[in-house]
Design a protein around this ligand. Structure first.
Ligand SMILES: Cc1cc2nc3c(=O)[nH]c(=O)nc-3n(C[C@H](O)[C@H](O)[C@H](O)COP(=O)(O)OP(=O)(O)OC[C@H]3O[C@@H](n4cnc5c(N)ncnc54)[C@H](O)[C@@H]3O)c2cc1C
Length: 574
């Protein structure tokens, strides 16, 4: 049980809390994570670790471990739509860009399948490896109060410890869909609370592929006369599977499900199987109206929940964690300005709204044929129906499974700590990701002459990518404000073209904060904006009305919470 003082207290040891603990640990920030469970994962949830989360794992030194866990690289990541494993094939969606080590043009890290059964323990081990991080399992977070200097949290050792308190400078609640912290803050979830009820059955089936002729695939999606019937999802490329059932508005208890009958119907008769566990879950489409209150932040499922179609949930939460990691470190280390944390919601809430909308659309879109009677028939009518529905599935569903645009193309357009240069944004589409150094975007990937990715330069302090510009005024401004900044001179012309400007300032999370061909007239003012200390942002004044920022007028600023409401993008001439 942790006692006394800590810089950051994280509630929840799911992937988002653990990801944040790793990010803070890598920055040497004194962190305690409390988790009410003992760390055992009973049931498989997220499988898709998208390219962006894999890039974070690369930064954290665990990409290889994640890649090696779960399904082996030769296991096909494809999706097969079938009437049943013993029946007919309707469509195959191939995913040549998923899995394995071969880099893609825009990322060194392909999307991988690694279920939380293995991902969470990998994150846990990495978090525990940092001397500044303490993980406290079997510890319930019960309540908190906050004041101007910190948060006092009430914790209890399970099963029957006495309540104790810990004092933290900041609290991040990553405690999932039923967040106590969210409830205490009176945060409302906006959207549809119940889209549908589901049941997942975790199964062990040995050598499944010897019982059918459809070949290996990551997902088998079963389609009947009226639409989707069930899904069977591969977990370890061997004997572990998850059968998913949807019940619409009706909630069906696990005890009422005849698993052997379902296995017989979708998989085949007489196939030996073991039921490991069953998990009922509710599909929602909701985003929190507030993500921060003073020194308390909410992240992950605590602020956004949606269906699994597309595999965005955990990945969106990891983006929250990475957005918070460097900002919390900046506050603890003293170079973050009073409105830096207030940029968290304007940056991440629009991303969550975008991803929740996309996942909800994925849950709803299927085929254009409402009545598929005869789809499983061994007849000409059946064949025609399968050809028609198969074409519709390819047209409507491919973007659900190939979504690099969702994974990598999110931008912080409304951020008060990003300096918009007025250029038009690239299209934001689910499938296609356009590399750009436009401020607010993920900084582009390219391989340097020494074999590293440009992404390998990011993660600690700010990085000023220098393609032959005058970096000195910006470096001096950062030094005078105590902001960690490294100038990296790059000579490769193709990388210079990709980065589009002579100077590109990249934040510790790998997003572009500013770019230009020459340093701004007032480099101090620029540094103050990106560290959340500009009086323009803090006082709500127009940035263009203020020339320069002195430490004195920054110190007299209003609180981070007051600044939360300001979400317009900073702009400045350069
Ligand atoms: C069927 C299914 C499939 C999915 N597939 C994908 C996918 O492919 N890709 C993807 O990105 N996402 C997927 N998701 C979503 C993903 O599982 C979640 O988004 C993710 O687990 C959220 O992580 P989290 O850390 O925010 O919350 P959680 O994983 O819910 O973790 C919260 C933790 O907080 C702890 N906790 C709660 N309250 C307290 C308290 N008071 N004190 C101490 N500890 C507390 C809980 O015990 C829990 O361990 C899927 C979800 C489901 C249901």
């Amino acid at each position: 049980m942790p006692e006394g003082q800590v810089d950051v207290l994280i509630v929840g040891g799911g992937p988002v809390g653990l990801g944040l603990a790793v990010d803070l640990g890598a920055r040497g920030i004194d962190t305690v994570l409390v988790e009410k469970g003992d760390g055992t994962i009973f049931h498989p949830r997220a499988n898709t670790v998208n390219s962006r989360t894999m890039e974070f794992c690369r930064r954290w030194g665990i990409a290889d471990t994640v890649r090696d866990a779960g399904a082996p690289p030769e296991f096909p990541p494809d999706i097969l739509y079938l009437t049943s494993l013993q029946g007919h094939t309707i469509a195959r969606i191939a995913r040549p860009s998923h899995g394995g080590r071969q880099p893609l043009a825009h990322t060194p890290e392909r999307s991988q399948r690694c279920n939380q059964l293995w991902l969470d323990p990998i994150l846990r081990e990495r978090a525990a490896s940092f001397p500044s991080v303490r993980l406290s399992y079997n510890t319930m977070f019960e309540d908190f109060t906050q004041d101007e200097t910190g948060v006092t949290a009430t914790l209890r050792d399970l099963p029957d410890g006495a309540p104790r308190t810990v004092r933290a400078k900041y609290l991040v609640a990553c405690c999932g869909g039923a967040s106590v912290a969210r409830e205490r803050l009176g945060v409302a979830m906006e959207g549809t609370r119940v889209l549908s009820h589901h049941l997942n059955i975790f199964l062990r089936i040995k050598d499944l592929w010897t019982h059918h002729d459809k070949g290996q695939a990551a997902f088998y999606m079963f389609v009947g006369n009226t639409g989707r019937d069930a899904s069977l999802i591969e977990l370890n490329g061997n004997d572990l599977w998850r059968l998913g059932l949807a019940f619409g508005q009706e909630r069906v208890p696990a005890e009422q499900i005849d698993v052997p009958a379902l296995v017989e119907r979708f998989i085949g008769p007489g196939i030996p199987h073991e039921v490991i566990s069953a998990l009922p879950w509710t599909c929602r489409s909701i985003v929190a109206d507030r993500w921060q209150s003073g020194r308390v932040m909410l992240a992950g499922d605590a602020v956004h929940q949606h269906g699994p179609a597309g595999g965005f949930g955990m990945n969106t939460g990891m983006g929250d964690a990475v957005d918070l990691g460097w900002k919390l470190a900046a506050m603890v280390e003293g170079w973050g300005g009073p409105s830096l944390l207030a940029s968290y919601q304007p940056e991440r809430q629009p991303v969550a709204r975008r991803n929740v909308a996309e996942a909800t659309e994925n849950m709803q879109t299927f085929t254009d044929t409402p009545d598929m009677t005869g789809i499983d028939e061994d007849s000409e009518r059946g064949e025609q129906m399968r050809a028609q529905v198969g074409a519709e599935i390819l047209r409507n569903k491919t973007k659900q499974y190939l979504s690099d645009g969702i994974a990598l193309g999110y931008r912080y357009d409304a951020s008060p700590v990003v300096i918009n240069d007025g250029t038009p944004p690239p299209p934001d589409t689910a499938m296609t990701y356009h590399q750009t150094s436009r401020p607010g975007s993920r900084a582009p990937h390219a391989f340097l002459a020494d074999g590293r990715s440009t992404l390998d330069l990011f993660g600690r302090g700010f990085v000023l990518m220098d393609f032959g510009g005058d970096s000195a005024p910006i470096a001096a401004a950062a030094r005078s404000r105590g902001v960690p900044l490294e100038v990296v001179a790059i000579t490769e012309p193709e990388i210079a073209r990709l980065y589009e400007r002579r100077l590109v300032l990249v934040r510790p999370d790998g997003h572009v904060a500013w770019r230009g061909d020459a340093p701004p007239d007032d480099a101090l003012r620029m540094i103050d904006i990106v560290r959340g200390a500009s009086p323009d942002i803090v006082r709500g004044a127009s940035p263009d009305n203020v020339r320069g920022a002195s430490p004195d007028n920054v110190r007299g600023a209003v609180s981070a919470e007051d600044a939360t409401s300001r979400t317009d993008t900073a702009t400045m001439a350069h």
